[in-house]
Design a protein around this ligand. Structure first.
Ligand code: NAD
Ligand code: DAU
Length: 344
């Protein structure tokens, strides 16, 4: 493994992964990113002139482009982060999720097959669906997705596994828990709640807020992916998380406490349709490769909230732009229009 094609490398996890790989390995990286609303060049700031990094703007669904990138360089491995990733957006407009998450992944698999590349696919704990109390998902559990987003991710996982079986593709999959950390687009709960608290706006908690999530630090996800690339068995799936969950209300309390904001900002609003009540994964299979998470979930959420307090340069322009239309559509009625968006 010498040269990675990292699709979605300008997004939240992809950009943290690229930074980590350039700092701790000798690998070269070509990023392929469509720069959707969630993909941002500034997520890779400071790396503009890095001698082992190239950034190409384009769509993973463009087979000609992906073929060209692979044919003209020494790319030997594809790491696929590129996706539409927000559950609420998938409820508002699901078709693009199929275009990118299913068809786009399929195109990358075809190119990998044609050129004999190693393939690593980034998946999610959401493919297991709601997990009842007392159970932790293991990699062999059946997939039971319940949102258009998770259904598209499950379909992609199954395509990857079909390529392993049918064509002998050297592929692996990691299924990550809820990541938190720097550069996460503020549509997701932790950055939304952090930036709302910093703006003095209400925090819209869906339903009773007792849903359970494993809030894992993005750097633990990055080291998990690198571990699988270096030591994972091809054809296998590995869960990546901390194995410990908290309720959303506990997460909100950590955000408020870290930022010194009042609990009065919390609003219980209409729930997300089909909201999965609990995710929980067993991560022993990845541990057996020598990987350990370094952050506990409480520390991960607090560090993330602090990052948003210290990096207004990053999120204020986002929140002042097109994000406002999304915010009004998603939260206007839920919050009774009591909170016009503002960056003042
Ligand atoms: P993100 O939304 O922050 O970034 C996605 C990136 O993909 C963006 O840079 C976007 O421009 C790019 N992209 C979208 N469509 C594309 C296309 N057609 N061609 C090329 N690039 C395209 O997402 P994220 O949170 O960083 O998630 C990255 C991956 O990790 C996704 O596959 C997601 O399903 C998975 N995942 C995310 C989490 C999480 O908590 N955020 C947890 C587990 C797994
Ligand atoms: O579990 C992994 C998944 O984590 C990834 O596959 C997804 O790409 C990523 O978006 C994330 O999905 P969730 O739907 O769990 O994350 P989100 O940040 O949207 O929500 C976290 C929890 O907070 C969830 O229970 C819904 C709740 N929530 C979210 C928002 C945006 C609220 O209560 N209010 C909100 O406004």
């Amino acid at each position: 493994m010498k040269h990675l094609l990292v699709s979605g490398g300008c997004g939240f996890i992809g950009s943290n992964f690229v930074r980590h790989v350039l700092e701790y390995t000798d690998l070269s990286v070509t990023v392929l990113d469509k720069l959707t609303y969630a993909g941002r060049r500034e997520n890779l700031h400071g790396l503009e002139n890095h001698p082992r990094l190239e950034v190409v703007v384009g769509d993973i669904g463009n087979q000609e482009l992906v073929n060209h990138l692979v044919a003209r360089s020494g790319i030997d491995t594809i790491v696929n982060f590129a996706a539409e990733t927000h559950v609420d957006q998938s409820i508002l407009g699901p078709l693009v999720f199929t275009d990118t998450n299913v068809r786009g992944t399929h195109v990358l698999l075809e190119v990998a097959r044609e050129h004999g590349l190693r393939f690593h696919h980034i998946s999610t704990d959401e493919v297991y669906g709601h997990i009842p109390d007392g159970h932790q998902s293991v990699e062999s559990d059946p997939l039971a997705p319940r949102s258009p987003y998770s259904a598209s991710k499950a379909a992609a996982d199954q395509l990857v596994q079909a390529y392993v079986i049918t064509y002998g593709l050297a592929a692996t999959i990691t299924r990550g828990a809820n990541n938190v950390g720097p550069y996460q687009f503020p549509e997701k709960a932790v950055p939304l709640f952090s930036t709302n608290a910093l703006l003095g706006l209400p925090l819209p908690v869906y339903g009773d807020g007792l849903q359970m999530r494993d809030y894992a630090h993005v750097l633990d996800h990055c080291t998990g992916i690198l571990t699988v690339l270096e030591r994972g068995v091809t054809g296998e799936v590995y869960n990546v998380g901390t194995g410990r969950e908290m309720t959303n209300l506990e997460m909100v309390d950590i955000v408020l406490e870290t930022l010194g904001a009042s609990r009065d900002l919390v609003r219980h609003v209409t729930d997300r349709p089909g909201h999965d009540r609990r995710y929980s994964m067993n991560v022993d299979k990845l541990r057996a490769l020598g990987w350990e998470p370094r952050y506990d979930p409480r520390q991960a959420v607090a560090e993330a909230a602090r990052w948003y307090a210290e990096n207004r340069w990053w999120w204020e322009p986002i929140r002042a732009g097109n994000f406002q239309e999304y915010y009004a559509r998603q939260y206007g009625k839920r919050l009774g229009n009591e909170a016009p968006e503002s960056t003042q």
